[in-house]
Design a protein around this ligand. Structure first.
Ligand SMILES: [Fe+2]
Ligand SMILES: [Fe+2]
Length: 287
């Protein structure tokens, strides 16, 4: 029991599922010294091929969808095209900042996932939405015109600015993970995935749905891993306050593309995760 950590009593990082006391059992879920290896095993189990998903039925179905539905889906899918590319690029400085070779290895595995996510959304905008562009970069430029302004601001301004500060050693890894894993992945991308999965529940675009399901499964371990890194980083009360303040607005970054009820369901997850990880306690003690 001594090395069982408080947060893994209630949260399974591999699935994002809340654990009950029965689920936890008597053993140690994640002994403290081995936690990076745990995440590398989860990553290995979840590998998939973004080139293998068949998007041909989706391409045939797309022109038949009602205009209003297509407009909402374009905003979401173009937003993911921009966002996944940005997170794949700007995860790079976290490896050095982590100052731990095992954690850096898991960050490498996460970055490989993000590159795979960028690839499936590039395929979707090229093959299903048929956005113009002969290269991935040209198609991402085309996607920008359709992505919600709030998503562009977070992923193309705030994220690169933070990554630059992290690479220069002017900001801590706790601030970086607070934005990247807790806000961008844990709130913004999660709200977008939830909206896409709900919209595509009728099987209208089966290949797109399959891709989003795979991405969402990967993101669960990324968020759990980020939370575990944050526990290790011992963030200051100011960093935690900053994360909580950003979480309030982050779910709204998608504008009308994500229904209000999804935003309201996802937004409290940031505080819940920090509470489960016992990261709100030092903050309360400092008040
Ligand atoms: Fe991703
Ligand atoms: Fe991710």
């Amino acid at each position: 029991m001594a090395d069982r950590q408080a947060w893994d009593l209630a949260f399974d990082p591999a699935t994002g599922r809340r654990l009950t006391q029965q689920d936890v059992g008597n053993g140690n879920l994640l002994p403290s010294g081995r936690w990076p290896s745990f995440f590398s095993r989860v990553a290995a189990r979840l590998q998939w091929d973004a080139k293998a998903i068949d998007l041909a039925p989706d391409a045939r179905a797309w022109p038949e969808l009602p205009d209003e539905r297509r407009e909402r889906l374009i905003a979401l899918l173009a937003g993911f095209c921009v966002a996944e590319d940005a997170v794949a690029v700007h995860l790079a400085p976290f490896g050095d900042a982590a100052n731990n070779s095992l954690v850096a290895w898991v960050l490498f595995l996460q970055r490989r996932d993000e590159q795979r996510h960028a690839m499936i959304f590039d395929r979707i905008v090229a093959e299903v939405l048929e956005l113009p562009g002969d290269t991935k970069d040209e198609r991402r430029d085309a996607a920008r015109a359709h992505a919600p302004a709030g998503v562009l601001e977070l992923f193309e301004e705030r994220l690169p600015a933070m990554a630059g500060e992290l690479a220069a050693g002017r900001t801590g890894v706790d601030t970086g993970i607070g934005l990247y894993h807790m806000i961008l992945e844990g709130i913004v991308l999660a709200a977008g995935q939830c909206a896409l999965l709900a919209d595509l529940d009728d099987g209208a675009l089966p290949g797109v749905r399959q891709g989003v399901e795979r991405v969402e499964r990967d993101e669960r371990w990324h968020i759990g891993f980020g939370l575990r890194c944050l526990v290790e980083a011992r963030p200051s009360p100011e960093v935690i306050d900053g994360v909580l303040a950003s979480a309030q607005d982050a779910a709204g970054a998608w504008g009308d593309a994500v229904p209000r009820e999804i935003c309201e369901a996802v937004a409290p997850n940031c505080r819940r995760r920090l509470a489960v990880a016992k990261l709100l306690e030092p903050r309360a003690a400092a008040v």
